[in-house]
Design a binder for this molecule. Structure first.
Ligand SMILES: *[C@@H]1O[C@H](CO)[C@@H](O)[C@H](O)[C@H]1NC(C)=O
Ligand SMILES: *[C@@H]1O[C@H](CO)[C@@H](O)[C@H](O)[C@H]1NC(C)=O
Ligand SMILES: *[C@@H]1O[C@H](CO)[C@@H](O)[C@H](O)[C@H]1NC(C)=O
Ligand SMILES: *[C@@H]1O[C@H](CO)[C@@H](O)[C@H](O)[C@H]1NC(C)=O
Ligand SMILES: *[C@@H]1O[C@H](CO)[C@@H](O)[C@H](O)[C@H]1NC(C)=O
Ligand SMILES: *[C@@H]1O[C@H](CO)[C@@H](O)[C@H](O)[C@H]1NC(C)=O
Ligand SMILES: *[C@@H]1O[C@H](CO)[C@@H](O)[C@H](O)[C@H]1NC(C)=O
Length: 329
């Protein structure tokens, strides 16, 4: 959050109508956005907005996302919004994917012992397993999924395996969203009961993100992760800089699913290896991904303990696509 961005979005919030009914909060609110071209850090921007307007922009749903997008960032570059993350896994909160559906812990039907981050890393998405209940699963796993269609109020099971976020995008594009909320959950359970449907994603996820104005909206619209192979020979530092300048970052691999996606791309390279965003930190005595994640999933060919500070990691473009340590950054 220390990067300075050139634009900033401000928000004004109307009073929430005193309607206590099925009317979801987001339908009863309206937002107006303002833009400022002064470059600021996120903290400065928040302070500025709170002083002069209401707060940094909150984006409660797709409709507002479109407004923001067409009126601003599309033509003018990056801008802060009011979404920030509190570190610490204990600060994660569950949300339903469908905007406007509130999460109530007491409505959940977790399997015994769940949710439990069982895989040894954070499991921030949820699936339904047979008729036994819900469980937390790492979001980068591939599973069938269940969409909800608002128009005809129906659930749609899809057997093709997708990462959670891919499933969400698919459902939002072809239906309304991933299945969300207690009512849909009950319907799914009753359908699962009399069938042998496989473990599937539903629209339940948790994260540590919060809106600056304190609202609990679950709406997230992350940019799709796109893998791009750069067909140029560079050392690791050059590669990181190139990626950060022209795209987002060197690739990080935190699951088998991601490894598979990357190795498919790697096959098209005309070198024996491609760089991964993994580097050894002498200071911390630790391997770390450029996206700050720790190394949980591993696919080493030769992990050594040399303590060599100049090591970075590349993936073989053929064979088993193992990771090798390469000296000389
Ligand atoms: C966005 O731009 C459109 C067209 O100029 C305008 O009608 C609309 O009010 C703008 N929305 C906001 C939130 O500024
Ligand atoms: C519900 O709507 C979706 C999308 O319009 C359609 O694909 C689906 O067949 C419909 N389902 C039923 C049961 O009508
Ligand atoms: C399931 O999703 C795939 C895309 O991954 C799509 O091609 C297919 O038509 C979907 N199946 C159903 C039954 O909607
Ligand atoms: C937001 O959600 C959390 C946990 O789900 C709840 O404790 C809190 O009261 C909610 N805040 C608001 C403003 O609704
Ligand atoms: C890979 O092939 C392209 C096209 O022939 C060439 O421009 C590029 O220099 C090659 N890269 C390496 C690292 O040899
Ligand atoms: C990289 O270069 C090789 C050799 O020229 C070519 O076959 C391959 O299609 C290129 N890959 C990409 C992604 O451009
Ligand atoms: C790891 O293996 C690769 C390929 O066999 C080799 O080039 C590299 O020097 C090895 N690295 C270390 C630190 O042993």
């Amino acid at each position: 959050m220390h990067r300075r961005l050139f634009l900033l979005i401000l928000m004004d919030k109307s009073i929430i109508l005193p309607v206590k009914s099925q009317c979801s909060l987001f339908l009863c609110q309206s937002y107006k956005y303002y833009f400022t071209e002064e470059p600021k850090t996120w903290d400065e921007a928040q302070h500025y907005c709170r002083e002069r307007y209401k707060d940094l922009a909150t984006v409660p749903n797709m409709k507002y996302m479109k407004t923001l997008y067409t009126n601003s960032t599309e033509t003018q570059g990056n801008a802060w919004i009011g979404l920030y993350s509190i570190s610490g896994k204990e600060n994660r909160r569950w949300h339903w994917s469908l905007p406007g559906v509130e999460f109530h812990a007491e409505e959940m039907k977790w399997r015994a012992g769940e949710p439990n981050d069982e895989a040894g890393y954070l499991e921030n998405c949820a699936g339904i397993d047979g008729s036994t209940g819900l469980l937390d699963i790492g979001c980068s796993n591939g599973y069938p999924f269940i969409c909800y269609n608002e128009q005809n109020k129906s659930l749609h099971f899809n057997d093709s395996r997708k990462l959670w976020r891919e499933a969400q995008s698919y459902c939002r594009e072809h239906h309304t969203d991933l299945a969300s909320g207690a009512e849909q959950l009950n319907e799914i359970f009753s359908k699962f009961k009399s069938s042998d449907k496989p473990r599937s994603w539903i629209g339940l996820f948790r994260d540590t993100w919060r809106w600056s104005d304190g609202s609990n909206y679950s709406y997230r619209h992350w940019r799709d992760v796109e893998l791009i192979l750069i067909n140029e020979s560079k050392n690791w530092d050059e590669a990181v800089n190139y990626c950060r300048e022209h795209h987002r970052d060197l690739v990080s691999i935190t699951s088998l699913e991601q490894q598979k996606l990357v190795q498919e791309k790697a096959k098209n390279a005309n070198t024996s290896h491609i760089w991964l965003g993994l580097r050894y930190s002498c200071v911390l005595d630790l391997w770390f991904w450029v996206n700050d994640q720790l190394v949980c999933y591993k696919n080493w060919a030769n992990e050594t303990d040399t303590g060599d500070c100049n090591l970075a990691v590349a993936m073989e473009t053929g064979g088993e696509h193992k990771w090798v340590e390469i000296d000389g950054i």
